[in-house]
Design a protein around this ligand. Sequence first.
Ligand SMILES: [Zn+2]
Length: 306
Amino acid sequence: MTALLEQNTAVSSVNDLGISQAELTAIVEEYAGTNTDVKTPELVESKTLQLSENYPSSTANRAAWTHHAVNWSETDKPKIAIIIDDLGLDEEATYTFAKMTGPLTLAYLPYAEHLEAQTKLIREAGHELMVHLPMQSQRETADPGDNALLADLTFDEFSKRLEWNLSRFDNYVGINNHMGSSLTENPGLMVRVMARLKRDGHLFVDSLTTPDSVGVRAANAVNVPYAKRDVFLDNERNPDYIRGQIATLERIARKRGYAVGIGHPYPETITELKRWQETLEGKELQLVPISQIVNITNERRKIVTK
Ligand SMILES: [Zn+2]
């Protein structure tokens, strides 16, 4: 019930973005217009993904987030998705995760090298892929990296950078923000990001690097499927702290049915995740890719907005 109320609030606050419906439509059309191969962001029927019967049944032009999703397994167990951010720069970490059981969700920095090879290895290992999209931070000393989305770019440059960031590898279900405590508070620019995600049917995960992020509201306004982070696992690189954060994640999942944790490719995090994964079966919890969480939130939102 809490989750439903939460979703309801998000839906009713779309207008708080300060963007008129006409402007919103114009932005969405602007991004859709550059596309020669428009895919619907609405879900489509799929036997392997066990989507609900309510979805339109066109099999052509499947949304990227279901097309590139890892196969979902349906159980009644509370579900937890683990996203690992900042991948790509340390190629050793890719090899480590490729050997781990999953499905984990791995978010790659677009400015890293050998991304095609790294992401292929990860996808073949049964993990899900996301683009970890660099966005402007509130901290002036924090450098989000090459081609990051910044608030003072021209719209033309903003769109070019967005396109570049989304073109570095394939087979990803969507994006989450790398840094971005400044940019995710900007409704006009977040709506542009969402319009581009909508074009190919990619999902959005708000890393919530600021409590004032408008990411989810922008996703809602443009009708992009989304989820948001519940817990950062390793803000302190200390095994006790990480175990405590994982316990919090478990509590949220048991209460609400699902939870999303974000960690980083630190040795401490990898060690604790491996230990935790061995305990999952006994705890009656299920590790799922982020797409499966997004499917749950999407379904709940439909119920609320009906
Ligand atoms: Zn990051």
